[in-house]
Design a protein around this ligand. Sequence first.
Ligand code: SF4
Length: 384
Amino acid sequence: MAGLYIHIPFCSKRCLYCDFFSNTEMGLYKDEYLHALLKEMEMRKGYLEGEALETIYLGGGTPSQLDDADLRRIFDTIYHLFEVKEDAEITLEANPDDMTTEYVSALKALPVNRISMGIQSFDDADLRFLNRRHTRKQAIEAVGICRENGYENISIDLIYGLPGQTPEQWEENLREAIKLDVPHLSAYHLTYEEGTPIYRMKEEGRILPVEEDVSVALFDILIDRLTDAGYMHYEISNFAKPGRLSRHNSSYWTGKRYLGVGPSAHSYNLESRQWNVSSLAHYIYGLRFSAPDYEIETLNIHNKYNDYILTKLRTCRGVSLSSIKTIFGEAKYAYFLKQANQFILNGMLSRTDDKVALTRKGLFISDGIISDLLWVNFYTKQGV
Ligand code: SF4
């Protein structure tokens, strides 16, 4: 079973923190982009080696910037080229202010069966600061419109750790989110990626990132409030009601094959990873001459091990010691145990029979822990 990711690289304006690849010139590029996208799917249909699609995810950018006729062309091509499982999870990322009754009822006539909405905050001051297009009122109404039109499978994204954010403000945000009772919620701490406007603001001293103890408190509040409300904390940033885990994201974490099409999209076929060029002009130009512009990395046993640790430890299932030994051999198994032991002793990782997983204490510094378990660090430490 496999996944298909389609990158829709258009936004009507750019958010302050965003480093995803997108372009605000949809009027100039849309037709050529769609032509290139459909051609790429045709050229790369063999990538999945005939596996049926279990999940399809239209991400971006802002897929809800495309009208229903554009989306219909994309779905017609998908269904023509690939076998799609009858119960496939088919997600469209959307901005709340695109979700008018007319638009959502048109989506309902398409195969889309899950909506992932970038709400980010229920506080209008936060939304203005982040340069989002919508208001708190529009976000709440958009969820209602989805429901009125038959969409129950809704996920919302939130951002926390904004400059000056207090635990009380975050509590209020989460109260609104919980009131909406959506089955899935993703929450990410604000990061300052180089090249983004918010990064420059920080560098120029115009804003101050929250202190680490506030970040920890916000993360704790997030986990407590959502688990109290019946959500399962199944991945560092993801929470779901029972049976509503994101099947698409879960397939990334469980190492399934996926094809990514569109500029900057990543693909994985168990033996290699490849990623398309992050430029709309180069993407279109390459496809015009049937020569997609991408880079590829062939995976050896070392980076397969690293991928396994990176993806599995992010989830509540953690890693299986017997799998490490069977798949990657004695040397990697011994290395993992040696590296993990310090974190087991200080309570950052837990070990239960065959399973090693991040503890609540370890979740907040997961990047540092995971990086110490990766094989590349072994070579660095040995000076090789
Ligand atoms: S809408 Fe999404 S993809 Fe577009 S700029 Fe904002 S965060 Fe980035």
